[in-house]
Design a binder for this molecule. Structure first.
Ligand SMILES: [Zn+2]
Ligand SMILES: [Zn+2]
Length: 428
């Protein structure tokens, strides 16, 4: 039986005095109290590392804590071990003839199931077993297979360069964790899972890729910080989609952040940095290039010169200045906000429209107007653009590509009963 020390229960006679010691003298944090009606106690949890102290205050004279204090005075009351399956644990103890207080589990604090083992069996210690409230079942793993979409004369293929993790708070700006964690549960380092999903566009004029993921140049320390998971990356996705890197004519950057354009260059066998797509012309907005090559303290960590400077040296960059059609049906529109020159990409053919929204709407959790990344340099600009854009996207039923969503590559934004949702559009 696997067990972890969950908490140590301490019976308290005078809560004020107990707080004066545990909170004020020791300087520990005390959580908001929780009533456990079934045991007529109020529990005050005091986090100490992976475990807690639990100050127990009787709420009725017939409570077990009141009787304990009356008999023995305040003090150590019980220890609690966390188990995975409390019924299995009780069955195991019962089979060995261990004396139990509770033969069946009962409800405890924080929605857990608990049962006590008799102190006579546990060598003078009242032992509580606890099975925490079941966490939500883990979400199914992200589906990283290429997804194809037909849009008039354009063939769109959503590919990916693996997964990474960013701080959940930074991804949602002013939105409190209590709201975003329901949509994107953080790991134990407060990071949420994100994907990098470039988009391949093919038409009579050739083959283009919008953004190209982080690539494989990241050093081990950064890879650890960002939880970079490239067990499946762009090479796999392109191979599955039957697309050779050498077959691309154009590469288009929404902006030059490493998670969007790190894959634009790669090291050759001799360690030199080369264009990752050897035949391609790289379209980069000139003012974004200027920002990326003159970073400041706030954006320096996102602009890595190795991602784009070698392209200019290789003479493969086509700079441009204003919103325009890059190829027939592929149009860039500056949003600003996230970076001064951040762009989204409109894909238009035969009256249909899809939009690759990059960091304007990085995941499906970002479709509410104020859910704006803390990374954005000009969040009010993001808000203004986003409000207009999402209204337009709903009314005209744009197919939206979410570059960082780990689960949904593309979908339609809908409004139902005043609530915004995304209806996923799984590609073929
Ligand atoms: Zn970005
Ligand atoms: Zn990004």
């Amino acid at each position: 039986m696997k067990a972890i020390l969950d908490h140590v229960g301490i019976a308290v006679q005078d809560l004020g005095q107990a707080l004066a010691f545990y909170r004020d003298a020791l300087g520990l944090d005390i959580e908001a109290p929780e009533e456990v009606a079934s045991q007529r106690v109020r529990a005050h949890f005091v986090p100490v590392g992976a475990s807690n102290l639990e100050l127990l205050e009787a709420t009725a004279p017939d409570s077990a804590i009141a009787r304990f204090v009356e008999k023995r005075g305040p003090g150590l009351h019980h220890i609690t071990l966390r188990v995975e399956d409390i019924r299995a644990a009780l069955a195991r103890l019962k089979a060995r003839g261990i004396r139990l207080v509770d033969e069946e589990p009962r409800p405890g604090a924080e929605g857990a199931l608990v049962a006590f083992v008799h102190p006579s069996a546990a060598h003078g210690v009242l032992l509580e077993l606890k099975q925490p409230r079941a966490e939500r079942p883990p979400a199914p793993g992200p589906d990283l297979r290429p997804q194809r979409f037909a849009l008039g004369a354009l063939r769109l293929t959503s590919v990916n360069d693996g997964l990474f993790r960013l701080d959940g708070g930074a991804m949602f700006g002013v939105v409190p964790r209590t709201l975003w964690e329901r949509k994107m549960p953080p790991d134990d380092r407060n990071r949420i899972l994100l994907a990098m999903r470039p988009l391949v566009v093919e038409a009579g004029w050739g083959r283009l890729i919008v953004d190209c993921g982080a690539g494989d140049k990241m050093d081990a320390r950064s890879a650890e910080i960002y939880g970079l998971d490239r067990r499946r990356h762009l090479d796999h996705a392109l191979a599955e989609a039957g697309l050779e890197a050498a077959s691309f004519d154009y590469v288009l950057a929404t902006h030059l952040h490493f998670d969007h354009f790190g894959g634009a260059t790669a090291r050759d066998a001799g360690g030199a940095l080369r264009p990752r797509f050897p035949r391609a012309t790289y379209f980069i907005r000139r003012a974004e290039w200027e920002d990326a090559t003159h970073p400041h303290e706030r954006n320096r960590a996102s602009y890595l010169a190795d991602d784009f400077v070698p392209l200019e040296k290789a003479g493969v960059v086509a700079f441009y200045d204003a919103d325009q059609e890059i190829q027939p049906g592929v149009r860039v529109v500056r949003t600003g906000g996230h970076t001064g020159q951040h762009q989204i990409v409109y894909l238009e053919s035969e009256g249909q429209t899809a939009v690759f929204t990059a960091d304007l709407i990085p995941t499906t959790a970002h479709v509410q107007d104020p859910w704006i990344m803390g990374y954005d340099l000009f969040p009010m600009e993001t808000l203004a653009f986003k409000k207009r854009f999402i209204r337009e996207a709903i009314e005209r039923e744009y197919l939206i590509f979410f570059e960082h969503d780990p689960y949904v590559a593309a979908g339609y934004i809908r409004e139902r009963d005043g609530k915004r949702i995304v209806e996923p559009a799984p590609g073929g």
